[in-house]
Design a protein around this ligand. Sequence first.
Ligand code: PLP
Length: 388
Amino acid sequence: MKLKKVYLDNAATTLCDKRVVDAMIPFYTDKYAVASSDFSHSPGIEAKEALDKAREDIANKIGAKFREVIFTSGATESNNVAINGIAMANKKKGNHIITSSVEHRSVKEAIEALEKEGFTVTWLPVSKGGFVSVDDLKKSIKKETLLVSIQHANQETGTVQDINSIGNICHKKSVFFHTDAALSFGRIPLDVKKAKVDLLSITAHKIHGPKGVGALYIRDGLGIVKCMYGGFNEFNKRAGTENIPGIVGFAKAIELIEPNEIKYIEKLKERLYDGIKKELDAVQLNGNQKDTLPTILNLTFRFVEGESVILHLDMRGIAVITGSACFSRSLEPSYVLKAMGLSHEEAHGSIRFSFSRFNKEDEIDYTIDAVVNVVKKLREISPITPDN
Ligand SMILES: Cc1ncc(COP(=O)(O)O)c(C=O)c1O
């Protein structure tokens, strides 16, 4: 079999589209002034115009106003700024935070840090499909509750939470609502007003934009503690020279999303899942087939170790991961899959396949073949079998 290179780790990051790179280059080579020089000279005005246009485009994409979007270095920063910023600015209002047990580390650890500072935290469990119960959430809100932070889509399984219902509850109870939309943005509909979100985090590199650029939506009138001192940038909320090439690239990546691309990606996911299911027994879908991102397929292959599977697939040129990207360095099974009720062994046998518009059908067929071969071979020599 001829070796192919197949990248199926698009939930970790995506290829920066060549057209995005082309849009960014002039902002390094020619239009390199900083936006804060717009009071002084024409190149500064040009930079400020580019920054404003990108902000306008991104705000439009999520149904926000121009002044409600600030640029950051990515979703990790946006999550930290949102959670810390709102908690520190509103300590007197309450000290209770509600979140889920499956959040990305940048939310989980930001909230754990606040827990150490004296905040109390409710870590909501999830169902087998990875869903937070909206009813549980409602019951957990008390008079001290300041903030609810529930992600839009999960980094490992792609499970999509019902943020519209969650937002409505928070709004009615006058509790701030933050959502981490790093993986859902540009993939499924997202409207900050409909979801009554107060704070929302997004990032460019998951949608074929550059790395190190993200944005935070902060609802108009919401007070958060300034996250970086030393200038008036980003409506005086985040000091520091804006990464204009990156921000222009972010806006370009959004512009390039085709209305039909998600249907195409979903077909690739179905093709892979159907192809694997047809050939292999004891394969379980982690998450739910319906309310999951079209870009992520998380499967457990019983009786094999995920680590062995990914190494063998890598030798065949296929890039996938076991657990989440952040977890690959640890032998601990993923806390997300464990929260969904998977056993240690099931979590260890899990593989995340994630897709983009650059994947092709023949890559999927090649992957089906490789997965089936590798799993069958590993099962033949596996010490864990259905009988022990
Ligand atoms: C759900 C989720 N939130 C946040 C992040 C962090 O994003 P960034 O790499 O832009 O800091 C990621 C990236 O892996 C993610 O998947």
